[in-house]
Design a protein around this ligand. Structure first.
Ligand code: G4P
Length: 551
């Protein structure tokens, strides 16, 4: 008996050690940037280091391939925008890295929010000549909502750019984020000579390689006489003076503040010439936040818990139109995930066997045998998963849901062709489940056409485009002149008690709950003044244990 206890304790200890090792070497992040800042280029260089791709140009090439294999990505090509997001997993040094790619257009900030809800770190990429740009600011706000650590990479130092001190000031004054430069540039543009590492004062010199595309990096110490032979004194002195200024100004690199998203470590480099990318990756791996625990019913679930848990943060249908597949992206939060394991679906209470879980690399799939906290895997979704769903083993875990953004654009979606009624409903339901758009309905049951509600116009266009190309249904829109939506906390009974409300339209959401639509903020304020008894909120409350009404 005693020996059995000792053996099981030994096994438990061994399992815990294995889990600890597996979680400690995992890391995930998303890159946020304005289009053209160099996200594709940086991603590609990171993947090259990870050995995930063998040649430069492969990510773009994959992008091209992707564009021809998926219908709605054709729209991305036509419009020159990036709508979809993918997950790229690669190994580097002894780390297993999950890079969560986010859509590059502000109309899809809700999708970005969902992706960021699965990320433990963000890399904010800036173009040195442009500094903060509109899309970066918006995406930053999304990161701030989640309080995740943000690492800044100031790119294109090989081109004339703005003064580095000015770029740091801008981050601090406009985002309220304290920058802490990890390295400091010597010159910029044609006079860019390299960077000084602030932590040990080592210098990495930049020399343009062939056709200006690939840089040579060489390393020296600050006092090395070789340095003054290779770098103009004027440039070196300026960089050293600026570094002294930073030291006097003085914030310290407090890792608690980095991890709570208050201090951003800043790196200067050039993704295109591959300068400073490896040192960025090395420092990032050292400083980044390891897989975080999540809150379930007010309690933090330890990523090292022996029980498995994870949540669905993204659904995507028809990634590969040849197979009409539906993929649910799951972020693993605790325990060990194994292929074919049976897990409990928190919302419905059903037991589900997870066969054929996939590791994703853009469009490519590979079956995974095991995964741990911090990893993202793709699950086959026959329609049972919704965004925010928790899966677990052991005692019940239900992670906090992912809130929807408040829509600002509303349009009736009409289907003029009754013979496509079934496909129309299927398409609308599936796209709503994916979170591509929110769907509202008239309170009058005879008016069955859905009202599409979105944060940005492009979202609605993508839905129409996908309905046509994936479900074979042509539709037209009738825009409604509303710009503000509010959910009624007390439900229908409170509205019945209130009676008629002027200057707003009452509709129901996909869960049958009342939503008020207003033409403008002024009408909204009017309601607040005239009916203080109606409690309202701007985002749809997260629904648990309930299935939505289908069209
Ligand atoms: P994105 O995904 O953020 O939209 O940006 P992407 O990587 O596609 O880069 C946008 C442009 O900026 C590309 O040029 C790219 O080569 C260039 N770029 C990226 N990093 C650097 C850098 O460190 N220095 C310089 N000088 N340029 C950089 P393009 O002309 O649009 O494309 P291509 O000619 O490279 O194919």
């Amino acid at each position: 008996m005693a020996s059995t206890t000792v053996t099981s304790e030994f096994t438990l200890e061994k399992e815990r050690k294995e889990l600890l090792e597996a979680v400690q070497c995992r890391l995930n992040f998303a890159i946020i940037s304005h289009p053209d800042a160099g996200k594709t280029t940086l991603t590609e260089k990171l993947l090259l280091y990870g050995g995930a791709i063998q040649q430069a140009g492969a990510v773009k090439a994959r992008g091209e391939q992707r564009k021809v294999t998926s219908d709605w990505m054709e729209l991305e090509k036509q419009r020159g925008i990036s709508i979809t997001s993918t997950v790229l997993q690669f190994d580097y040094s002894s780390s297993k890295i999950n890079l969560l790619d986010t859509p590059g257009h502000q109309d899809f900030s809700e999708d970005t929010y969902r992706t960021l809800s699965a990320a433990d770190n963000a890399v904010m990429l800036e173009d040195a000549a442009k500094g903060l740009e509109p899309q970066t600011r918006k995406l930053f706000e999304v990161c701030r909502m989640r309080k995740i650590p943000i690492f800044t990479f100031i790119n294109k130092m090989d081109r004339p750019g703005r003064e580095p001190l000015e770029l740091l000031d801008e981050i601090e004054s406009e985002l309220g984020l304290i920058p802490w430069a990890v390295n400091w540039p010597i010159g910029s543009g044609d006079e860019f000579r390299g960077v000084i590492d602030r932590r040990d004062r080592s210098v990495t010199l930049f020399e343009k390689g062939e056709r200006g595309r690939q840089a040579e990096e060489s390393h020296l110490q600050e006092g090395d006489p070789e340095l003054s032979k290779r770098v103009e004194l004027r440039l070196l002195n300026k960089a050293l003076e600026e570094l002294d200024l930073l030291e006097i100004a003085g914030a310290e690199l407090n890792m608690d503040l980095v991890h709570s998203g208050e201090i951003t470590p800043v790196f200067f480099g050039s993704a295109m010439t591959n300068f400073g990318v490896r040192s960025f990756l090395d420092a990032f791996l050292e400083l980044a936040q390891k897989p975080m625990g999540r809150i379930s019913s007010g309690e933090l679930v330890d990523p090292l818990s022996s029980e498995f848990s994870g949540f669905i943060f993204k659904l995507q249908a028809n990634m590969d139109p040849r197979h009409r597949d539906r993929v649910a992206f799951m972020r693993i939060c605790s325990g060990r995930f194994e292929k074919n394991m049976s897990v409990r679906h928190a919302r419905t209470g059903k037991l589900i066997r997870l066969s054929r879980p996939q590791k994703l690399f853009g469009q490519e799939r590979e079956v995974v045998d095991e995964a741990y906290a911090g990893d993202v895997i793709g699950l086959n979704n026959p329609g049972m998963f919704a965004i925010g769903d928790t899966l677990y083993t052991g005692s019940k875990i239900e992670y906090e849901g992912i809130p929807c953004f408040s829509p600002e654009i509303f349009s009736h979606l009409r289907n003029p062709n009754p013979s496509t009624f079934k496909s129309f409903n299927k398409g609308v339901n599936e796209l709503r489940e994916e979170g591509a758009v929110q769907v509202l309905y008239d309170t009058d049951p005879s008016k069955r056409d859905p009202i599409l509600a979105a944060v940005g116009q492009l979202q609605i266009e993508v839905v129409q485009y996908r309905l046509e190309h994936e479900y074979g249904v042509q539709t037209y829109l009738e825009p409604l002149g509303y710009t503000v939506a509010r959910w009624v906390i007390g439900g229908w009974s409170i509205l019945e008690k209130t009676g008629r409300i002027f200057n707003c339209k009452t509709v129901r959401d996909s869960w049958g709950r009342p939503v008020l639509l207003f033409k403008n903020e002024w009408n909204l304020n009017q309601l607040k003044e005239e009916h203080p008894e109606i409690e309202i909120c701007s985002v749809a409350p997260v629904v648990s244990g309930l299935d939505p009404i289908r069209s």
